[in-house]
Design a binder for this molecule. Structure first.
Ligand SMILES: [Zn+2]
Length: 373
């Protein structure tokens, strides 16, 4: 037996060429939604009759039988594995629901619901049902498609998923696993960052990175698209077109923000080996500041930064969210009791140092974060 090698899993995402054949994929996704809703109904019926949870294995066996029924002829178009995957998806969300219940966590996890067709967006194939050929072609369940092969995928393919988004685009997502190459941890400069609303990042070295606020910049275009949508008769062809226009404008904002995040994270990772940040409680921040937070997408940035750092041998240190980074004086360590949100500069009552709110917090985050390093 060989020693188990460490593997990394990567997802490659490719855009599919737009042509008539995509209608076939559209239909396949709709059929998977039908399977999904069939399974949810079955789960509920089973529970009513036996007061037990229907296991994924039982469901899979049942689905293979259902597929052979005359009224489910169109299900035979779907891959057998992709149908099994629907059962696994439901099992996963039930598990998340039971786990949340066991730990008495409240919030996001609810019992799996029925799904509308328009909200169901993907299906997954595992080992069979697809074949790559001619560089940028793939045969999925007997039909041929072309995709934009902007980069080659590396490693062994684990799954292949087809996704549709609300802009009318189709995506090919290939999950690959490959042996992890040895990354040598490096020691370099360390920095602490404080997230803010006005300034996106304030560094412990005094650097400031302003937020580009893409959502705010595009607010006019978004509003007019939204207004155009509201003037259309619901369900009409014009309404559908206007709806897609809104979706496309939002996607534009999302893409620009993501691009900016990647460039910023790569820049930080190239300069510093240890980055300390606060473990943010986004839910609480949203309650405090409202919707504005979503334009800043801190969570997305943190995960991108984490990724970039681990790729280059750096490390991200998260400081406990209850650590009073803004209330502590970075010179003498005195902690003041109250710190209203509108105070930008304050004076330490003990050592009388004038402190910038965010800069001071960043220094504290750096010191606290490096303690655990
Ligand atoms: Zn002080």
């Amino acid at each position: 037996m060989s020693k188990q090698e460490k593997q990394i899993v990567m997802t490659y995402k490719y855009k599919m060429y737009r042509n008539k054949s995509l209608r076939h994929l559209d239909r396949l996704i709709d059929y998977h939604c039908e399977v999904y809703n069939y399974c949810i109904a079955l789960h509920r019926r089973y529970y009513k009759m036996y007061h037990k949870h229907l296991s994924a294995n039982k469901l899979k066996v049942h689905l293979t039988k259902v597929r052979k029924r005359p009224n489910k002829e169109h299900w035979r178009e779907l891959g057998s594995q992709s149908i099994q995957d629907v059962a696994e998806r439901i099992e996963r969300s039930y598990k998340a629901f039971f786990d949340a219940k066991k730990e008495q966590r409240c919030g996001r996890h609810s019992i799996p619901h029925f799904c509308k067709r328009k909200n169901y967006s993907s299906f997954t194939l595992k080992q069979t049902g697809y074949k790559f050929h001619d560089g940028n072609h793939i045969t999925i369940l007997g039909k041929d498609y072309k995709y934009v092969a902007h980069r080659p995928y590396e490693g062994t393919i684990k799954t292949v998923s087809i996704k549709r988004d609300n802009c009318g685009d189709f995506w090919l997502c290939i999950v690959c696993a490959k042996p992890a190459s040895e990354i040598i941890p490096r020691k370099g400069n360390a920095i602490g960052y404080d997230f803010g609303l006005k300034t996106f990042l304030t560094g412990s070295d005094g650097s400031r990175i302003e937020s580009p606020r893409f959502l705010e910049k595009n607010a006019t275009a978004l509003r007019s698209a939204q207004q155009a949508l509201s003037r259309k008769r619901k369900g009409s062809a014009n309404w559908r077109r206007a709806k897609m226009d809104v979706a496309r404008k939002y996607q534009y904002v999302r893409n620009r923000r993501k691009d900016w995040f990647y460039k910023l994270a790569a820049d930080i990772a190239s300069q510093y080996s240890d980055v300390c940040i606060e473990d943010l409680n986004i839910k609480a921040m949203q309650q405090l500041w409202g919707r504005k937070i979503s334009d800043y997408a801190f969570t997305e940035f943190v995960s991108i930064l984490q990724n970039q750092l681990s790729k280059t041998g750096g490390q991200l240190h998260k400081v406990d969210r209850f650590y009073p980074s803004s209330k502590t004086c970075s010179h003498c360590g005195h902690i003041v009791e109250e710190m209203p949100l509108d105070v930008r500069r304050w004076e330490s009552p003990i050592c009388h140092a004038m402190l910038d709110r965010d800069g001071n917090a960043a220094v504290n985050i750096l010191v606290e974060g490096m303690k655990s390093a």
